[in-house]
Design a binder for this molecule. Structure first.
Ligand code: TRP
Length: 434
């Protein structure tokens, strides 16, 4: 057990870790396919609008609550009012449930890196992907391997583990991303992909798109699970978190846009459709890589990029239950990591098997994997974000005036935190659960 709470080495390492948390599968796997399913450029416009006007409010509130209380989630909620303890507990619980399916996708990435460098000649990637996810033992091994990598970094602590992973993986991520964008923009007909991203068709706008954009925005910014609250609680110095909030939002958005600029030109250049859903990265892209010059190198680079992003986000998801377990149960970080590895494995293995051996088990008519995705993204995350805004706005009384000079903007922030964001989140919950 550490004597005192750990803290970040510097403001830069904190920002890097927070950006590392935000930039993950949400940006590179989820964002392009959700955009592809929701009309391209017009979705992007709605998404950017929501990020800039609404999402910075809960993001700021999470960081602020961590920084003010200097506690993990349960303690942070409890310190505002002991009655809120149970609401705080929902955060590490959500973390455990999210990680169970996030880490399955992480496992797929490791498999695809190996596939890229092996001399396999696959003709139908759709079939290949289905067969691989159904093959029980290898699929579980990859899930556990990815989980192990993340837990390994986490167990080494804030400075030697989390900061180290982010300091190495985030620059690696940025360099590969830029390299792949240059490659993609030089493909024939790359222009079509850019038009798809940036030329909105206003006739396609609809309510469903707003919902998809809001869900995506919360997920990609890591809002609604206490990850930013926990990271915020390790901020040592008395520096303002306003600038950090903007940096996190802008970097995350920039990386999502860059992922789109890397992926869409390639899709259009090879005459494919961008609306293939969750299989976009694991089925459509490999199909493209197979036809490219030096395709296996490009493919390996792409999946290493995805792995780097997934590890830094995975670590941030784990940090919520790790901090809660070690501080509440007064056990060492390493012990908490070991228990967590076992707990997450116990959920992640059945979820992995739900593609194959356990596909006949359903909860609310969904496979275990889809059920975990559903209760975390449609129920627990918006609910956590709602509780957080209400507690931060009404009880902890976080005010815009403390950090925004402009009176009108700070007034908007206050109304946003107390009324507008909670109402939007309640609507999101209502529609999502209907
Ligand atoms: N934001 C990450 C991504 O885009 C995922 C993530 C990390 C997350 N921590 C989170 C999502 C906390 C919700 C809550 O992939």
């Amino acid at each position: 057990m550490e004597n005192s709470r750990p803290s970040w080495t510097s403001r830069l390492t904190f920002i890097l870790a927070a950006v590392g948390s935000a930039v993950g599968l949400g940006n590179i796997w989820r964002f392009p396919y959700i955009m592809g399913q929701n009309g391209g450029a017009i979705f992007l416009l709605v998404y950017l609008g929501l990020i800039l006007t609404i999402c910075f409010i809960p993001l700021f509130a999470e960081l602020a609550m961590g920084k003010i209380t200097k506690k993990e989630c349960i303690g942070a909620y409890e310190s505002v009012n002991p009655k809120f303890k149970l609401l705080g507990f929902l955060n590490p619980l959500t973390g455990i449930l999210i990680s169970s399916f996030y880490f399955i996708v992480g496992g797929w990435i490791i498999k695809y890196i190996i596939l890229s460098v092996s001399e396999s000649k696959i003709t139908d990637f759709g079939e290949y992907f289905t067969a691989f996810t159904q093959d029980s033992i290898p699929a579980c091994v990859y899930t556990l391997l990815f989980l192990f990598i993340c837990v390994f970094f986490s167990a080494r602590g804030i400075k030697k583990g989390i900061e180290f992973a982010n300091n190495v993986l985030m620059p690696l991520f940025a360099v590969i991303l830029i390299g792949l964008i240059i490659y993609s923009l030089n493909l024939p007909n790359a222009k079509l992909g850019l038009e798809y991203m940036f030329k909105p068709d206003f006739t396609k706008i609809n309510a469903q798109m707003f919902l998809a954009a809001l869900g995506q925005a919360l997920f990609t910014l890591s809002i609604g699970m206490g990850a930013l609250l926990t990271y915020g609680s390790y901020i040592k110095e008395d520096k303002s978190i306003t600038k950090s909030t903007y940096t996190i939002i802008l970097s995350d958005t920039l990386f999502a846009l860059m992922a789109g600029i890397m992926i869409f030109p390639a899709i259009f250049s090879f005459g494919l459709e961008p609306n293939s859903g969750a299989g976009l990265v694991f089925v459509t892209l490999p199909h493209i890589f197979a036809q490219m010059h030096y395709g296996n190198i490009v493919s390996a680079a792409f999946f290493v990029l995805l792995l780097a992003a997934a590890i830094t986000s995975g670590i941030s998801i784990l940090e919520v239950p790790i901090a809660s377990m070690s501080e509440r149960l007064k056990i060492s970080r390493k012990k908490a990591c070991t228990y967590l590895f076992l707990i997450i494995s116990a959920i992640a293995i059945p979820a992995t098997l739900s593609f194959g051996a356990l596909s006949n088990i359903t909860l609310l008519n969904k496979s275990i994997f889809d059920f975990l995705d559903f209760i975390t993204s449609s129920l627990l995350m918006p609910l956590n974000a709602l509780f957080l805004c209400v507690i931060a706005g009404w009880f902890l009384k976080i005010k815009g005036g403390h950090f925004i000079q402009n009176k009108f903007l700070s007034f908007l922030f206050d109304i946003g935190l107390k009324f507008i964001v909670p109402i939007i989140l309640i609507s999101l919950l209502y529609i999502g659960l209907k």
